[in-house]
Design a protein around this ligand. Structure first.
Ligand code: PLP
Length: 365
């Protein structure tokens, strides 16, 4: 394979290559059954089992997964939902979709995930309808402390695992600690389709049944609308067939991501703030922090190396919504974070070129 001159931020050619030889799409085309068929129900069984959850309900995308999860745990108009403000507004979109009010919790500047001490203070002062905890960049948050706080305050916990498919804490996968775990299968995610997709996992029979109704107009069967707040949010058979082919390879791909991330951290930690890449994390994004972020980004771009910022505008500063939240660590992260290319199948030569370029940039400062 000839190496591309420019280094892309993300490339699915390795992970989609295997699919080209598969007949999964043509099989679906021939079957004459395109929505909620055998591929979807088999994928739900397989993805639930992979995560150690009793139920998996697939939906149209990750934002719908969060929205339906909020509805299923009973969050309603004017309720308060606690979440972080550094995770791309997806959770906030879901909170606004149910008419609830986001209450933002700052993150730890080390883990860049929800700070349990801050969450504890918030839960002492308000009655929350739910907490959404995001396992950002593929690193699990301090889930055991957060579960303990939610249990003590009797608040349902929703885990946003859209960046952490397969990440482990102790002997369990993320998504199986809270009341529900939400996933996206957007093409760039650790497990991604060739279009939109999402899923919710839970061990709660009642929540699972409610999710199945909510994703299909609120029906308990044709054409009886049994629950309030129904939507049309279904994974389609083609995406399910593709995700079924990819799921058995997820752990290998996560290992490849981790390897790229570990290579970056050992080379770059003298120069910039690097994440600690544990064997349990899944390196969805490799995010460094430096006060020279904008200069470094421009310099990498001029060398044909794509980077991105996750995320430049914290949720509480988004222009369409107002918020008076004060979140110093979240602000600091938005100003200093930079995501380097990191994906399964990324050529070693490319990883090395990124490292060399960053070393050169700092030696010329
Ligand atoms: C991608 C993402 C989502 C939303 O997923 P979509 O399928 O794009 O709706 C939610 N939360 C996080 C943390 C994400 O990264």
């Amino acid at each position: 394979m000839k190496l591309a001159k420019n280094i892309p931020f993300f490339d699915v050619s390795t992970t989609n290559e295997a699919l080209l030889t598969q007949k999964c799409v043509s099989n679906v085309c021939k079957r004459n059954w395109y929505i909620l068929g055998e591929e979807v129900s088999n994928f739900e069984t397989e993805f639930g089992a992979y995560n150690g959850a009793l139920h998996c309900v697939s939906v149209a995308n990750g934002t719908d997964a969060l929205t339906l999860a909020l509805k299923a745990v009973g969050a309603r108009q004017s309720d308060k939902v606690v979440l972080v403000a550094n995770a791309g507004f997806y959770g906030s979109t879901a909170v606004h979709a149910v008419g609830a009010e986001p209450v933002y919790c700052d993150v730890s500047h080390v883990s860049r995930n929800m700070d349990p001490t801050e969450l504890g203070k918030i839960l002492e002062n308000i009655q929350a309808a739910a907490v959404i905890v995001t396992h950002l960049y593929g690193q699990a948050s301090d889930i055991e402390s957060i579960v303990a706080l939610c249990t003590a305050n009797n608040v349902p916990l929703i885990e946003d695992c859209a960046q952490s498919h397969g990440a482990i804490v102790g002997d369990k996968r993320v998504g199986s600690f809270g009341s529900v775990g939400c996933f996206s299968f957007y093409p760039t995610k650790n497990l991604g389709g060739i279009g939109d997709g999402g899923a919710v996992i839970t061990n709660d029979d009642t929540v699972a049944q409610k999710l199945r109704q909510l994703r299909q107009y609120g029906w308990d069967g044709k054409y009886n609308v049994a629950v309030h707040g129904g939507q049309n949010s279904r994974l389609d058979e083609i995406q399910a067939a593709i995700l079924r082919k990819k799921l058995p390879r997820l752990d290998t791909w996560n290992q490849e991501r981790r390897h790229v991330a570990q290579t970056y951290t050992s080379a770059l930690s003298p120069l910039v703030v690097c994440p600690t890449v544990t064997d349990e994390s899944v390196a969805h994004l490799y995010v460094i922090q430096t006060e020279h972020r904008d200069g470094l980004k421009a310099s990498l771009a001029s060398a044909g190396i794509a980077t991105d910022i996750h995320y430049p505008i914290p949720d509480h500063h988004q222009p369409a919504y107002s918020s008076s939240a004060v979140l110093p660590h979240t602000e600091e992260l938005a100003k200093s974070c930079l995501s380097l290319p990191c994906y399964p199948g990324m050529p070693v030569e490319h990883v090395e070129r990124v490292i060399d370029h960053i070393r050169e940039y700092f030696s010329n400062l």
